[in-house]
Design a protein around this ligand. Sequence first.
Ligand code: NAD
Ligand code: UDP
Length: 337
Amino acid sequence: MGKTILITGAAGYIGSHTCVCLLQAGWHIVAIDNLCNSSARAIERITELAGRDLRFYTLDVRDYAALSKLLQQESVSAVIHFAGLKSVADSVTRPLDYFDNNVCGSVSLLRALHQQGVRKLVFSSSATVYGHPQQVPIPESAALSVTNPYGRSKLMVEQILEDLAQSDHEWRIATLRYFNPAGAHESGRLGEDPRGEPGNLMPYLAQVAVGRREYLSVFGDDYPTPDGTGVRDYIHVMDLARGHLAALERLFSHSGNFTVNLGTGQGVSVLQAVAAFERASGKAIPKRIAPRRSGDVASCYALATAAQELLGWRAEKKLAQMCSDQWRWQHQNPEGY
Ligand code: NAD
Ligand code: UDP
């Protein structure tokens, strides 16, 4: 508390909600983002909601010289590294951009931190590193694999972090494997604002409900799941934000590194998510069954006990609230920021 945290990708979906959470808890923030998938208006909303300022710089994490200069100016105690590209489909068509941004960007950041003596890091990983899970719920000890370049970029950074921690025991690294972030800040002022057609289910549902898209394509209804549609673990973005706070507090109070799942432990099918969104929005959501999406897994949800044991954190908000908060955000900001 009272310390300064560097947040990369701060204007993005999860970064912006985490900034609000950290500011409200008393931390100081230096925020950077190259705005390739976000708007600077998110930064204004963060300060509006938190009632406190942060220092924002438009900066690319791959710009080592600028990062180093920033770290010389600002007295940073730890970093939360959200910056990166996140679309699975995009990563298949332009893998080099994903490796450049996610892997080279992380290496650039780590070098700058190393140079300036900063040794505490929270890293945004993903349940995608479990590939096609062999069991659900998925424990952190499950086998890791990749099904696309995005997943590979996350796994590569996880491995780089392991080697780094091995080389220098001063490092304290929290690797957080998110399941499916959903919802928005309850005020309706902050939320997900994807550029172009959303790749993820929740923002797609919201855009259909608000009339920006005609119908939802349900990618496959012949999976070995209770209703045949894909099952995921949706987690409220504010719960996720609190998870970062808990991880950060742990880094300041304990040495060593840890990797935890951040999920609810509950599996929800596409059809269940559609029904919940219809209830929350009061809108009928037209849908059509479409072929399976390449690379999708049938079922993916977390064993969420490790985060509870280690961090004293667990997800609290339910699907109904994720949908009503997502709807409030979309309804109040139909075109995004
Ligand atoms: P987002 O796209 O909303 O936010 C990422 C932010 O990083 C954006 O504001 C973007 O402009 C910025 N950025 C990208 N490349 C950058 C660079 N080189 N330098 C500086 N800024 C850069 O995505 P999000 O949903 O908030 O995801 C945050 C992190 O969490 C990402 O690393 C993502 O891979 C990971 N993650 C997301 C999900 C999800 O479903 N949303 C799931 C698991 C993991
Ligand atoms: N999904 C869907 N239609 C869409 C987007 C997603 O049916 O327009 C399904 C997808 O096949 C998966 C679930 O919704 O079963 C969650 O997909 P999302 O892309 O949000 O998350 P991920 O697959 O990365 O876990």
